[in-house]
Design a protein around this ligand. Structure first.
Ligand SMILES: NC(=O)c1ccc[n+]([C@@H]2O[C@H](COP(=O)([O-])OP(=O)(O)OC[C@H]3O[C@@H](n4cnc5c(N)ncnc54)[C@H](OP(=O)(O)O)[C@@H]3O)[C@@H](O)[C@H]2O)c1
Length: 282
């Protein structure tokens, strides 16, 4: 057990059954519940932003979530829990390019709790690791990266017909599959969800962004919840430097706003761990 103080619960809406977490995780996080949703999957996202809404510093080698959260251990603990209960983790190609050595497993983000995450997945009857789903329109992915070569988790690349052609021009690593969804310029959130193998219980799909990908889930009202860590720093923005907020490439308000409902508030030091829900049309 690592010397990490528990998250302090400030507000909790209680819906659904508690996830049967191992005692060490439950002691740190508290109760985690998801509303009943079967047979469709429950779709959640997890992001961290600064107080001024920045999710990426947009600087070479410094554009991952770690720079935003200050590598906060509670943020990594929560990311690990959400990955540990997920059937699939969905990531845009831009995020992969920003953190090319990353692996989207619970153990990778918070190795201190690896045994507990493994126990949780086994208890839930889940595979050893969630499927890593990479979304790309163009298909220009570096297949030598650890996520494709490491074999820690199966990888499903969801792409357009053009993207699939680019990808199939090179040998595919054994753990990588391609789902070709349509010939348009982008992949819709619904097509991404349909490409992920279904589970009778509906399962849980975790979207880890980035901002372009998250925009599709909000646009199509395919996101049930956002787990949002608010990190206590102000990053600032200069003209001409790409420092996106949660969503890039789409706007909703004022014509078609997306108002959420607060579900949970937890605290660790000066970091806030928020959880919001939306009505979906799934
Ligand atoms: N703070 C956080 O919590 C957090 C979370 C995630 C990411 N980030 C940061 O956000 C930055 C990346 O931003 P981004 O907006 O470039 O992220 P992104 O959404 O991961 O990447 C955009 C790229 O992903 C592919 N893509 C996304 N949605 C698609 C769709 N609907 N259909 C087809 N392809 C799609 C396209 O790839 P192709 O160009 O290959 O076609 C697109 O150019 C990174 O710095 C990352 O670290 C931060």
């Amino acid at each position: 057990m690592i010397p990490l103080p528990p998250l302090q619960g400030l507000f909790e809406e209680r819906q659904g059954e508690p996830v049967p977490m191992p005692p060490a995780l439950a002691a740190l996080y508290g109760e985690l519940r998801f509303p009943h949703h079967a047979p469709r999957p429950y779709v959640i996202a997890n992001f961290v932003t600064t107080l001024d809404g920045v999710v990426s510093l947009g600087l070479p080698g410094q554009s991952g979530g770690g720079e935003i959260s200050g590598n906060n251990p509670h943020d990594r603990l929560v990311m690990g829990i959400l990955r540990a209960v997920a059937d699939a983790v969905v990531v845009g190609a831009g995020t992969l390019r920003a953190v090319p050595r990353h692996r989207w497993t619970a153990e990778y983000i918070f190795p201190e709790m690896a045994a507990e995450y493994r126990a949780l997945r086994a208890h839930l009857g889940l595979a050893a690791a969630p499927i890593t789903v990479i979304v790309t329109a163009h298909g220009e992915l570096d297949l030598s990266l650890p996520v494709f070569q490491g074999g820690e988790s199966p990888v499903l690349v969801v792409t357009t017909e053009r993207g699939a052609e680019v990808l199939r021009a090179r040998p595919l690593p054994p753990s990588v599959e391609i789902a070709t969804v349509r010939s348009g310029p982008l992949v819709s959130a619904r097509e991404i969800l349909e490409a992920i193998p279904p589970r009778p219980s509906g399962g849980l799909i975790l979207v880890e962004g980035g901002p372009v990908l998250l925009g599709a889930f909000f646009a199509e009202r395919c996101l049930d919840e956002l787990f949002l860590t608010l990190a206590p720093q102000v990053a600032g923005r200069e003209n001409g430097l790409y420092r996106p907020g949660l969503i890039a490439g789409r706007s909703f308000a004022p014509a078609d706003p997306r108002w959420g409902r607060l579900v949970s508030v937890k605290l660790a030091g000066s970091h806030l761990f928020l959880r919001y829900a939306w009505e979906t049309t799934a």
